[in-house]
Design a protein around this ligand. Sequence first.
Ligand SMILES: [Zn+2]
Ligand SMILES: [Zn+2]
Ligand SMILES: [Zn+2]
Length: 204
Amino acid sequence: MATCPTCGNKGLGLKVFGCSTCNRPGCVRCLAIPVGLSFPDSEGRQATAYSCSWDCFERAVRYQMSRGQTVSPWGEGYVFMGRILTGEAAWRVNRFHVENLVVAGRYEDAARLYEKLGMWKEAGDMRARSRQQVVTQVHVDMNALLDQLHRLGLAATYTCPTCRSPLSITGDTRPDALTRCAYCGSMLRQTDIVDAVTRVLGGR
Ligand SMILES: [Zn+2]
Ligand SMILES: [Zn+2]
Ligand SMILES: [Zn+2]
């Protein structure tokens, strides 16, 4: 008769094994949360790893992630720490992973992952942040480009796609003067203007 040192469960041939995330010994009754499968061995067998609680599992995942471990897609599922995660474990690991993506400013990747997690509102928020990020980057690029025009004494011409008026861009042009066409007032695509200026700078 074997006895589980953690929960006191008794049974003939009761197997005592360890929590895969904290190593605490336990049995089928107290280590009941399947968190992952090993990769198949040569005969296709996969060992299941169990944890004593989701708390324990998540603590281990956070710790490993803080040390640079990352989750990667594998077939339909995900692998973390050399194990193929079970459905719920994968969901929990990805919840942490997506937080890291946000911290890293990878908003589009975060939006896609939030969608996979079924967290639509968060996905939408990330898309909004991602768009904001692009606007900021273009703005910074524009300032740098106008600086270069100024230094080189060059001018670029951009044709308004709506009214076909030629807009001249020089080093003295203010970036906000380039948001709308001076003739017809329609919004201008910042990326197109960046392209036009870049062509002039590149063609010298
Ligand atoms: Zn544990
Ligand atoms: Zn037990
Ligand atoms: Zn126009």
